[in-house]
Write a protein that binds this ligand. Structure first.
Ligand code: ATP
Ligand code: MG
Length: 629
């Protein structure tokens, strides 16, 4: 009975993985084999030992029969004791082998998980930003966790089950036939009673599990999205908490219903299984007893047959579901491979060179760019949509050209959506241009090595993301080997030393998922401190649009002048003070540079800049005061 339950559970445990009817290509199988190759020695040992274990399992019933025969023939005590000793020895061997095979299968399985996980992580990390802007984090994480584990099952659980059960089944049938073909045939007649419902119930259970998995995933997404600080804020401000709770409760109760249904279907099936197997046992005793009374069969044979029978149905049930199990494991593999096959749009050239030494110029040469279409950068299954948008993104930059001489500061101004942040993203190759070239130090950024580009460029983005970690770790991201003095030095220069020294945990204070416990201005100054620590030779700054209070504004301004001093820089400016200190101002409208020049000349020209000056760069009180002095 225990064996049957175990077989039942393992048979259906992997059905939760998504299934479909696609045929699996030879290429998929070959790739799986490639992942299995490093484990082949363990795999062979495992299969051999599984076969030995299955063989031993058939030996015990036969020996038990011999004992009964020996008793009936009044043989020597020695023989009976010897036989039972042998049974004991087999039990010891089975226990030992069980430990070793379990160790082997665990080593293979976990090793495979490790290989797949690290490969997928490594690959996903190389994906362009466009990929992450499109995929749902939850879907991606589930791919890394659930599917990798599902794929692993093909090796440890399924393989061992199929091989072990097949050997047990064949051996058991052969031995039973040899003992009594009549009884074996009758036992086999009962077979469909087992196998047919097993398949149906299996499908039903898989359906239930899949539905539960979908509900669980949706609840998970809802929770991670709503229970993050920005999400929770949004719900508090605009959301309908009652409706969200009701929706959540509806899903949660469906999961409860499914849980009860699953338990009942399972129990019902196992009970039926036990019942039929008890019936079969009655047949063995009835028919066997009849044959024994007529002298065709010895009592030992009946005992052997009865014991063997209990070992016949478990492998049968398991094998009847094996193909489903293998299929779902293959589906998991395919889902993992699907991610691995996504070619990163942006990659380093094999002959990439480092950024040249010395002061660096920065140049845009007739750059045209549109954000890539979804089907180029993502997977429908990761965006949780049926099909991907194949429409190419509209062109956002229509031939942008400018040049910053070494050490110069360029200010980029323009209305919202003009393409300012887009220009900034092309420099560190978060995206690549469609036409034209972006050059640093005279070299196309696509010819530069990723590491040296990272070292050369420092970028402060509009949202200034901070990891949920201590201030120290967030700073050290820029330069892991920085000393404590260096950290405090950059904090001082970013005008943050006072604040951080006053925190009870100082640099070890953990900042929230998005740096929520810091004010907007403080968060911005922290990202500037991080930039100062990195000491990049070229700085890109996407000023936060949010208006800061005067003290904060002045502090940010001071920190900025520190960050920009002597460096070639591109600043997307929303503050007049920044714009004024620039060597060259570019006015961007609708993806084109419409005006360029100095503050005074542009103002005198009375064009778009003058308009922006009046509307956007309304002087802050601090600046008015500074200007008045
Ligand atoms: N990841 C993206 N995918 C597709 N389109 C995008 C993406 N990011 C921005 N866009 C589009 O590109 C255009 C330029 O956006 P960009 O972020 O460069 O504007 P911006 O000038 O920085 O505006 P703001 O001052 O509001 O920050 C906009 O029309 C925007 O909708
Ligand atoms: Mg922007």
């Amino acid at each position: 009975m225990d064996m049957e339950v175990a077989a039942w559970h393992s048979m259906h445990s992997s059905l939760t993985a998504q299934q479909d009817k696609r045929p699996f290509s030879r290429a998929t199988v070959r790739r799986i084999a490639a992942f299995a190759r490093p484990h082949r020695r363990n795999l062979v040992a495992f299969l051999l030992l599984s076969t030995v274990t299955a063989t031993l399992a058939v030996a015990t019933p036969l020996l038990a029969g011999r004992v009964v025969d020996a008793i009936e023939h009044r043989s020597s005590t020695g023989l009976v004791l010897g036989l039972s000793g042998l049974i004991a020895a087999i039990a010891v061997a089975e226990a030992g082998l069980g430990l070793v095979t379990r160790w082997l299968s665990a080593t293979i399985g976990e090793g495979l998980i490790l290989d797949l996980r690290t490969t997928v992580y490594d690959h996903v990390q190389r994906m362009p930003v466009a990929f992450f802007t499109r995929t749902r984090t939850g879907a991606l994480v589930s791919r890394l966790n659930n599917d990798v584990i599902g794929a692993q099952r093909a090796f440890s659980d399924t393989l061992s089950q199929v091989v072990g059960n097949l050997v047990t089944l064949v051996l058991t049938l052969v031995v039973m036939m040899a003992l009594s073909w009549q009884i074996t045939l009758i036992a086999l007649v009962l077979l469909p009673v087992f196998v047919l419902p097993a398949r149906r119930v299996g499908r039903r259970l898989a359906q239930l599990r899949r539905e539960a998995a979908t509900h669980n995933a949706t609840m998970g997404t809802q929770m991670t999205e709503r229970f993050s600080a920005p999400g929770a804020t949004l719900v508090k401000l605009f959301g309908r908490p009652e409706r969200e709770s009701a929706e959540f409760a509806a899903r949660a109760s469906r999961v409860r219903d499914i849980g009860v249904r699953t338990a009942m279907v399972q129990t019902f099936f196992v009970t039926a299984l036990t019942f039929v197997s008890a019936l079969a046992l009655a047949v063995v005793y009835g028919l066997g007893g009849y044959l024994a009374l007529r002298g065709v069969l010895g009592p030992g044979a009946i005992v052997s047959l009865a014991l063997l029978l209990t070992r016949l149905y478990a492998p049968l049930t398991a094998l009847s579901g094996a193909h489903v199990e293998v299929m779902s494991a293959l589906v998991s593999f395919e889902r993992v491979f699907e991610v691995l096959d996504l070619k990163p749009l942006i990659s380093e050239k094999p002959d990439a060179r480092p950024v040249p030494d010395g002061p660096l110029a920065m140049e845009f040469d007739n750059v045209r760019f549109g954000y890539p279409a979804a089907d180029k950068v993502s997977l429908a299954s990761l965006e949780e949509v049926a099909t991907l948008d194949t429409r190419g993104g509209d062109e956002v930059l229509h031939g942008v050209s400018f040049r910053a001489e070494p050490g110069q500061m360029i200010a980029l101004v323009g209305s919202s959506g003009a393409g300012k942040s887009t220009i900034a993203q092309l420099l560190p190759r978060l995206y690549d241009t469609d036409e034209g070239a972006v050059r640093i130090g005279g070299v196309d950024v696509r010819d530069l090595s990723a590491a040296s580009l990272r070292e050369t460029l420092g970028m402060v983005t509009q949202d200034g993301h901070l990891f949920h970690d201590s201030l120290r770790e967030n700073l050290l991201l820029a330069r892991p080997e920085a000393t404590e003095e260096e950290l405090w030095d950059v904090l001082r220069r970013a005008r943050l030393d006072g604040l951080i020294a006053s925190l009870p945990d100082g640099l070890d204070t953990v900042v929230g998922e998005r740096g929520y416990r810091l004010s907007g201005g403080e968060r911005q100054r922290l990202t500037i401190a991080r930039l100062l620590l990195a000491r990049p030779r070229v700085v890109i700054l996407d000023e936060a649009t949010a208006h800061l209070d005067n003290t904060s504004e002045a502090a940010v301004q001071e920190a900025l002048s520190e960050a920009l001093a002597g460096r070639t820089s591109l600043v997307i400016a929303h503050r007049l003070s920044t714009v004024r200190s620039a060597d060259l101002i570019l006015v961007l409208e609708g993806g084109r540079i419409v005006e360029r020049g100095s503050h005074e000349s542009l103002l005198a020209a009375g064009g778009r800049y003058e308009e922006l000056y009046r509307t956007q760069f309304a002087e802050s009180p601090a600046e008015q005061k500074a200007a008045a002095n």
